[in-house]
Design a protein around this ligand. Structure first.
Ligand SMILES: Cc1cc2nc3c(=O)[nH]c(=O)nc-3n(C[C@H](O)[C@H](O)[C@H](O)COP(=O)(O)O)c2cc1C
Length: 277
């Protein structure tokens, strides 16, 4: 038996159903719930958020301790497990933090004004069109940054690289002989992947921070790969259940906190010679 649904009913149903957006590929789904698996990129429903008018990211001006960056294309998958553990540890230790999943943000490629001439790369960044200027403010107004990335081709994710490239205006302050805003801040780095490139990826990430005067916390990076007995379908369980990973991340977070609490940013003020590329 067929039920005839009038065009009017269809229109009303459509109005009633919600719109969901995949934070990985941008697919829009209509319904009361997000799809279990994204039909366009296979991400899980956790990557979906209800579609709302997107507000540009703003910084409220309040200083805080740790900026936590999830550099993955997937906010809720393997790198998300690392970030979640880090966030829980920060909360347990009573440390103020703000977490950002880069895949939810609007981050344009660096315009690379610096490549035209040194002085063309200014802080604040000349590109005020996306969410990065607010992130710049958060880097400047936090005391430490913890960055997490999946390994992609033995390197960090492209999303993270886009974000880190955009920090050039902070690094360039030193070259322009202006007051640096990041000397003595602390960085911790978390990396995960299937098999290869964990150490290289962590070091590649560190080099950005090193050139902005950040200090790597002692035992300040952890990487974990699961090896060939797992695959992309089963690895999330590996990362979620892995006690070594949990212990290491908690260790990194504690090391970042302890180093941050030495307040080297204040102690080193005006004492460091910026030797930048
Ligand atoms: C484009 C791409 C390149 C990758 N390259 C590597 C690699 O070089 N080494 C490695 O161990 N894993 C590699 N992987 C696997 C990811 O690091 C792994 O799936 C990771 O856990 C994904 O994190 P996510 O769930 O947060 O996206 C790669 C994955 C993709 C999509």
């Amino acid at each position: 038996m067929f039920t005839i649904v009038s065009a009017e009913t269809k229109r009303i149903n459509l109005q009633k159903s919600k719109e969901w957006k995949c934070s990985v590929c941008g697919y829009i789904h209509r319904g009361n719930e997000p799809p279990e698996e994204c039909p366009q990129c296979s991400s899980s429903s956790k990557e979906y958020s209800e579609l709302k008018d997107k507000q540009k990211l703003k910084f409220d001006g309040e200083k805080f301790d740790v900026l936590l960056i999830n550099g993955s294309s997937h906010r809720s998958h393997n790198t998300g497990v690392l970030v979640e553990t880090a966030e829980q540890t920060l909360n347990r230790k009573g440390i103020s933090s703000r977490r950002f999943n880069l895949n939810e943000l609007d981050i344009q490629h660096c315009w690379c004004c610096y490549s035209m001439r040194d002085s063309a790369c200014t802080y604040p960044c000349r590109n005020q069109l996306d969410d990065v200027p607010a992130l710049h403010e958060m880097v400047v107004n936090s005391r430490a940054v913890i960055v997490a990335s999946p390994i992609n081709w033995n390197n960090m994710s492209a999303r993270l690289k886009d974000f880190l490239d955009r920090l050039t205006c902070l690094q360039n302050l030193y070259l322009l002989k202006k007051e640096g805003l990041t000397t003595g801040k602390v960085v911790g780095i978390l990396v995960n992947g299937h098999e290869d490139g964990g150490m290289k990826t962590a070091m590649d990430i560190f080099l950005y921070f090193q050139q902005m005067g950040f200090i790597l916390a002692p035992f300040g990076f952890a990487y974990r790969t699961h090896g060939s007995q797992y695959n992309a379908k089963t690895d999330n369980d590996f990362f979620k259940d892995d006690e070594i990973l949990k212990t290491e991340i908690e260790g990194i977070v504690i090391n970042v906190i302890e180093t941050m609490n030495q307040d080297l940013e204040t102690k080193l003020k005006d004492k460091i010679v910026p030797v930048s590329e």
